[in-house]
Structures are given as C-alpha cells and as structure tokens.
Design a protein around this ligand. Structure first.
Ligand code: HEM
Length: 396
C-alpha cells in the first residue's frame, strides 16, 4: 500500500473513498499532522461508533463495546483498572522473566539452524508474556494463539474458520470481529473470572473482577468479556508482527544489522525505528460527531474517518528520507501506537520492552542470519502481518 499512501499524502491527503452500502465510504487520512489532529480530538472524532471500517449499529455496539470503543469518563475509568499494571514501573518488573523466556525461545529455535522465524520465535513470545500477566498456564497458550489468529486473521483464508464478509460471517455479527472464536475466548475468560472472584490474586483477571471501577459502576459480563478479549488480541498479534517485521528489516538491511551488533547500546533507539517501519496496525477508524473541516475537506457528522497510521509513519514532512531504514533515527515521532489519543496504546511500554529484550538477546547469539525463501504476509487491511519468515542462522 506504500506507494498509494505516498500518492494520497501528496495529492489528496484527506481523501473520500466511496464504498458500497451499508458502509457508504470513509475519509482516508494519510498525513501525520492530520492523523494526530484527529487522534487527539475524541469529542469531534469519536471511537464509540466502532474503530474499524465495519458498520456497527447501536444494538450491536452495546454488545461489542470494549474500552477501545468507549470515550469520555467511562473510558478513563475502564482504563484505570489496569493502567498501573502497564506502567513503566510495573512492566520493568517483567524484564527478568522476559529475558529468561526470550533466551529459552531463541535457544530452541536457533538450534534448528533453518526455521520459520514467525513460528519458532515471534508467534509464541508475546502471548507467553500475556499468559503470565493473566496467570494462565503455559499449556493454554497455544489455544490463545489460535484464537488470536482466527480473530485477527479473519480476512486470511489460512487462519479464518469464518472469513469476514462471507455470508456465514453475518451469523456471527454480534461477536467482536464477527468471529466464532470470540465465543471461545469469552467462555475461557468467564471460567477464569469465576475461579478468581473474591480471591486475592494480583493477575489482570483478578483485578478486573475484584477491583471496583472508580465510578462505582461494576463491570457487566459483557464489559468483562470485551475487556478480556481486547487484552488477548491487542497485545498478541501486534507485537508478534512488530518482531517479525523488525527481523525482516534487519535481514534486508545488513548494514543496519551490523551497526546494531557493533553497538548494542543503539537497540532502544532502534526499537523506535522498528516500530515505525513495522506499523503493525495499519489503521483505526473514528466517526465525526459534528460537521468539521479537515485538510481542506468538509467532513460531515456521522462520516467515518480512517487514520492510516502506516501512512503517517512514512510522511516525508516528519521523517527525512522515510523509506530509509535507519536504526539511529532520532527523533522518531512515529504514530504506531496512536498519538495524543486517550486510547494511546495501553501496552506500548510492554511492547517496547519485549522488542528490546528480543533483539538484545538475539543479536549476540548470531554470527549470521539469512532469508531462505519467500516471506508470506497476512491478508488483511487492518494488521500488517507476516505469517512466514524462513531463515537460516549460523551461531556466534
Ligand atoms: C490500543 C497498537 C501492543 C493493549 C492501541 C492502539 C494502537 C495500538 C494503534 C490505538 C491507539 C489510538 O486509538 O490512538 C499497538 C501495537 C502494538 C501494541 C502496534 C505492538 C507493537 C499492545 C500490547 C498490549 C496492548 C502488548 C497489552 C495487552 C492495548 C489496549 C488498547 C490499545 C488495551 C486500548 C487502549 C484504550 O482504548 O484506551 N494499540 N499495540 N497493545 N492497545 Fe496496543
């Protein structure tokens, strides 16, 4: 999509894209400055009418709403329940665990010599971290991975049991991502909730069920279902794809790989470039609450407004030579996690730590790494995903 984004940014940065009914079209916002303007103004550009391109009416929205689709005071209340668990201080405590997990994952993969980097390294890693935060047994992680694939991969025939936009997917329209896998995630989450209600656990599920929201309005079952599902999917696919894209970028830019190997203290700065380059979430959508001018266009109340984060991350007005992958790029004002939004990614510190730990453990283990076949991508306009990355390594 990159060349198309370049053209739009240059010639029609807030572009009206017509769509067949019932979707009726959307504004494609492709410049960094406009993306930031929309993202930081939730009263004009609300998330409460859904955040991807799907048309969702009020009844459905009531069933499918998570914090991501909630604005205003209630959003703050929901976010606050777990905010501290994702703070710098809380996340830093996972570093030792993460290093152990990364080391084990890498040693097992690298011993094979030739392997699929996605399957052996990036796919399981983020979910194992979440499994720990949710306090679920490692033996359940494969289930969580499969659910994530089926839910986020619902436009990819390799993953989906029910393809989005198929006639069959209408049968599941009251479920998040119209995926039957959501029902299994709900059932699993509710079982955990029942076990932990009234207990003293400090895991995320225990907090959701035992910590009363600060506005005194308890979480309904639906609130819990959607919160739990959001945690399972938001931190899984995204981080996986960020790690796979970072590896691919290093494979395609061996000079940058050499630079990092020569000076590992560059890794934290490189992580920001990895995130800009990867843009694992292509877009999120807002809905205009009033008539408003945006980039010289007249947006009407009710119009869909789509923030193409991936395009913002290649905006030449913000990034000098945006198609150069430069692990020392600084400043690096990417919009990979959103920008200035109350919905700014709750897991950003955790994701950054996971990627930093992954590459600081991986690089010293490698004498060489090469691509050995075709890279296969996830079919989606929502996640920028890689599903196969065949590599061969020589150990240091
Ligand atoms: C929200 C991207 C990792 C949990 C978001 C948003 C984006 C995003 C773009 C919406 C921002 C906006 O609307 O302005 C990513 C990327 C990740 C990542 C690219 C990995 C590289 C994680 C992780 C978690 C997580 C590890 C942990 C569970 C969430 C949650 C929200 C969110 C709960 C909703 C926040 C809210 O509505 O207030 N993420 N994310 N994400 N992310 Fe992430």
């Amino acid at each position: 999509p990159w060349r198309m984004f370049d053209t739009l940014r240059r010639h029609d940065p807030v572009h009206w894209q017509p769509e067949p009914a019932p979707n009726s079209g959307f504004w494609a916002v492709t410049r960094h400055a406009d993306i930031v303007r929309v993202d930081r103004d939730p009263s004009t550009f609300t998330s409460s009418r859904f955040v991807n391109l799907e048309e969702v009416d009020d009844d459905l929205m009531a069933i499918r709403r998570s914090m991501l689709e909630t604005d205003g005071a209630r959003h703050q209340v929901l976010r606050k329940i777990l905010q501290r668990d994702f703070s710098h201080r809380a996340v830093a405590q996972y570093e030792v665990f993460l290093r152990g997990l990364t080391g084990r994952t890498l040693d097992a993969a690298l011993a094979k010599g030739r392997f699929d980097f996605v399957k052996e390294v990036s796919a399981d890693f983020p979910i194992n971290v979440l499994a720990r935060m949710l306090d679920v047994p490692e033996s359940d992680t494969q289930k969580l991975i499969d659910w994530g694939n089926r839910i986020i991969g619902n436009t990819d025939p390799d993953y989906a049991d029910v393809l989005l936009h198929s006639e069959e997917s209408d049968r599941y329209r009251d479920l998040p991502f119209r995926s039957p896998a959501a029902l299994e995630v709900f059932a699993y989450g509710r079982e955990l909730a029942a076990e932990r209600r009234g207990g003293t656990g400090t895991d995320l599920v225990s907090k959701l069920v035992n910590q009363p929201p600060s506005d005194g309005v308890p979480l309904s079952d639906t609130d819990f279902d959607n919160y739990f599902l959001l945690l399972v999917v938001a931190g899984n696919e995204t981080t996986r794809h960020a790690i796979s894209h970072s590896m691919l970028a290093l494979l395609r830019h061996p000079d940058q790989l050499d630079r990092l190997r020569a000076d590992p203290s560059l890794i934290p700065v490189a992580v920001e470039e990895f995130l800009r380059w990867a843009s694992p979430v292509y877009h999120f959508r807002r809905t205009a609450t009033r008539d408003v001018e945006l980039g010289g266009k007249q947006v009407r109340a009710g119009d869909k407004v789509v923030l193409w984060f991936a395009s913002g991350n290649r905006d030449e007005d913000v990034f000098a030579d945006p198609y150069a992958f430069d692990v020392t790029r600084s400043p690096n004002d990417h919009v990979t996690f959103g920008k200035g939004s109350p919905h700014f990614c709750l897991g950003n510190t955790l994701a950054r730590l996971e990627i930093r730990v992954m590459f600081s453990e991986l690089l010293p283990r490698l004498a060489d790494i090469r691509l050995t076949g075709d890279v296969r991508r996830v079919r989606s306009n929502f996640v920028n995903g890689i599903k196969e990355l065949p590599v061969e390594v020589t150990l240091a």
